[in-house]
Design a protein around this ligand. Structure first.
Ligand code: NCD
Length: 324
């Protein structure tokens, strides 16, 4: 890729004009291209300052967000783009009963060049991509997927380990309602020799759709459901990816009350871990990840969050950037 570009030329590639709805649609080449540009952004952000000049990005967030919204916002501004932030659904006509279809059509009528959307419904991003011709970037579709989080998660592994191939990745917590877990599993399955371990009580185990996908791709995975087996499972990992119980997605609040606190990652759980084990978390954390880990070299999660910015700048540049 870099060989094709002259000094100062802007990124081109297969992602131009594409929707980013599912991590299943991203190939290894797509991911590596995004990572290459993300590294360039980190090395020389100034070079990218005009990539989105004259472009309008709408951020339509119908669910709470801190990191994803802020990083998509800052990323677009740093690239010189205009941002239309629609992140207070109660202040939009959606709260008056306007359909998502009409809201999207209106944004299209205003000439937005890209819609970044977070929505509580599975399938919402795919629907939006079908409704409007401008590229749609899925910033979270219910419990279904969160493909750009997966991009920054895999970028974190690449930066910290130096490679993604051969990663032994454990995912722990609410694997049932999490949307970051499926997207990460899909994206990392593009890499060679990856081994996945899903650590959760049976009621929170990874969804069947994820297992089916991994079987189709012949990705090796195991499930750990018993508390006493966790330290041993953790001892074999390169990365432990922790998730919050997705309280808002539990159909039955008493089920949340029953399961909360069923695991907590602390130094005790890591007692047999490799010294190089990286602990990741998409954040926000509630009480599933002890703050004592923050002070150890295991804590990758704040760097992980910070990589959201270069990765999202790279994604915008590739999907929307003017190839000059
Ligand atoms: C995650 C999300 O929204 O799915 N957060 C994020 O985007 N970094 C995880 C969560 O809310 O637990």
């Amino acid at each position: 890729m870099s060989g094709e570009r002259g000094a100062g030329a802007l990124p081109r590639g297969e992602l131009r004009g594409r929707d980013v709805v599912s991590a299943k649609d991203l190939t290894r080449e797509d991911a590596e291209l995004i990572f290459e540009v993300a590294r360039e952004v980190e090395a020389d952000p100034g070079r990218f300052s005009g990539v989105l000049r004259g472009k309008r990005v709408a951020l339509l967030f119908v669910e709470p967000s801190t990191r994803t919204f802020s990083s998509f916002y800052i990323a677009a501004r740093r690239l010189g783009g205009d941002v239309l932030p629609l992140n207070e659904p109660e202040m939009t006509s959606l709260s008056k009963g306007e359909t998502l279809y009409d809201t999207l059509k209106m944004l299209e009528g205003y000439g937005v060049d890209c819609v970044v959307m977070r929505h509580p419904a599975r399938g919402a991003a795919r629907f939006a991509a079908d409704v409007i011709s401008a590229p749609v970037i899925n910033a979270g579709s219910g419990s279904q997927e969160h493909p750009t989080q997966a991009l920054l998660d895999v970028y974190t592994i690449l930066k910290k380990r130096g490679k993604v191939d051969g990663t032994s990745l454990g995912m722990l917590g609410d694997l049932k309602f999490s949307r970051t877990v499926p997207s990460l599993a899909y994206l990392i399955s593009n890499f060679d020799g990856v081994e996945l371990t899903f650590i959760a009580p049976p009621a929170l185990q990874v969804r069947q759709e994820v297992e089916l996908f991994l079987r189709e791709r012949a990705v090796s995975y195991t499930k750990v459901t018993r508390q006493q087996e966790i330290p041993d499972a953790v001892s074999r990992l390169d990365v432990l990816y922790v998730t919050r119980l997705q309280k808002e997605r539990f159909p039955d609040p008493s089920e949340y009350e029953r399961l909360k606190g069923s695991y907590r990652v602390d130094m005790g759980m890591l007692r047999h871990a490799r010294p190089t084990l990286g602990v990741m978390h998409p954040l926000p954390r509630v009480d599933e990840l002890d703050a004592e880990i923050d002070r150890t070299p295991h804590a990758w999660y704040f760097d992980q969050a910070s990589y959201g910015l270069p990765v999202r700048m790279a994604l915008y540049a590739l999907v929307l950037g003017d190839a000059g």
